[in-house]
Design a protein around this ligand. Structure first.
Ligand SMILES: Cc1cc2nc3c(=O)[nH]c(=O)nc-3n(C[C@H](O)[C@H](O)[C@H](O)COP(=O)(O)O)c2cc1C
Ligand code: SF4
Ligand code: SF4
Length: 278
């Protein structure tokens, strides 16, 4: 039992923190969390990452959980973190989750609901949020370039709905888990920790360490100054290392020539580089 419900009166909610827990690879989810924090008072954004002491959250007015969809599910790292998280939740704590995704959220939000339920907590509001794809298939990127303006207006429309819902503490259930999606997600996410076997570091590498900095899975080490980064097979498949490398020195499945880098253009690089505790 990780949730301890206090008996704080709901009137006191307005003086309490609004936590937003975030996992991000290419910055979409962090950008969204930053934007939400502009519209809500007293927000603290906490990183969901591997290898840190998982905090105990004090009674909060709200808790948001924002993350990218990988393989039609929530990333394993996010699920593990939430399973271990301790929350001293007020009975009135409003819990919402937003799954940023290219187009198919699959079971991602249902997975979060299931974890919260196992802790006797409810997910009050769940919303998939479509953003640019962080897996750089050339055909996706071309398609996205054509529709940049459409993407901007889609973002604005979704964001308006999201903020209105959170501000009004609206309730919306996560879609139920669909067995065929569960099967596909299971097959596709099998062996995710070895996803880094797809990467190879080329001689363009200048050993700057940025790939290690942006890795929320703590999966990259550079042992000595000047060494190439090493991948330690504890990968979350977020593609941040590939996408943020300033030298474009990480090849993915040896297709570096045709593959493009993507990271959220609205998120300051300094914010992304400093996001995870290192
Ligand atoms: C390995 C991988 C798998 C993905 N799988 C899905 C998926 O199943 N469905 C989907 O809609 N988007 C998928 N995406 C796209 C991301 O969910 C989407 O771009 C997200 O907004 C990235 O968020 P981030 O920038 O915070 O990491 C995938 C991305 C990666 C890198
Ligand atoms: S970010 Fe790129 S250049 Fe820097 S250490 Fe990593 S692979 Fe090398
Ligand atoms: S090694 Fe790369 S793809 Fe894997 S979790 Fe780290 S940053 Fe993401």
């Amino acid at each position: 039992m990780y949730f301890h419900y206090t008996t704080i009166e709901s009137e006191e909610n307005k003086f309490m923190k609004n936590y937003i827990l975030v996992f991000t690879g290419t910055g979409n989810s962090l950008h969204l969390a930053n934007e939400i924090s502009i519209h809500i008072d007293n927000v603290e954004i906490l990183p969901i990452q591997a290898g840190i002491a998982i905090p105990t959250l004090k009674p909060a007015a709200s808790i948001g959980i924002i993350f990218p969809v990988f393989f039609m599910d929530a990333p394993g790292l996010v699920k593990t973190y939430l399973s271990q998280l301790q929350i001293e939740a007020n009975i009135d704590t409003y819990i919402y989750s937003v799954a940023t995704c290219g187009r198919y959220p699959g079971n991602a939000l249902a997975s979060i609901r299931k974890i919260l339920q196992s802790k006797d907590a409810g997910l009050n509001f769940a919303m998939p949020f479509i953003m640019p794809d962080s897996i750089p298939f050339p055909e996706f990127i071309k398609m996205q370039a054509k529709t940049r303006q459409q993407q901007e207006s889609r973002y604005k429309e979704q964001f308006k709905r999201l903020i209105a819902a959170i501000s009004a503490r609206k309730h919306k259930k996560a879609s139920p888990m669909l067995p065929p999606v569960t099967l596909i997600a299971h097959i596709r996410s099998k062996n995710v920790s070895n996803f880094d076997e797809n990467f190879a570091v080329t001689d363009k590498c200048i050993s700057c360490g940025i790939c290690a900095k942006v890795c929320g899975a703590n999966n990259i080490t550079i042992t000595n100054e000047g060494d190439y980064p090493q991948f330690n097979h504890n990968c979350a498949a977020c593609m941040a290392c590939f996408n943020y490398c300033p030298q474009d020195a990480i090849s993915y499945k040896n297709h570096n020539q045709e593959w493009f880098q993507y990271n959220n253009p609205n998120l300051k690089l300094s914010r992304r580089l400093g996001f995870y505790e290192k």
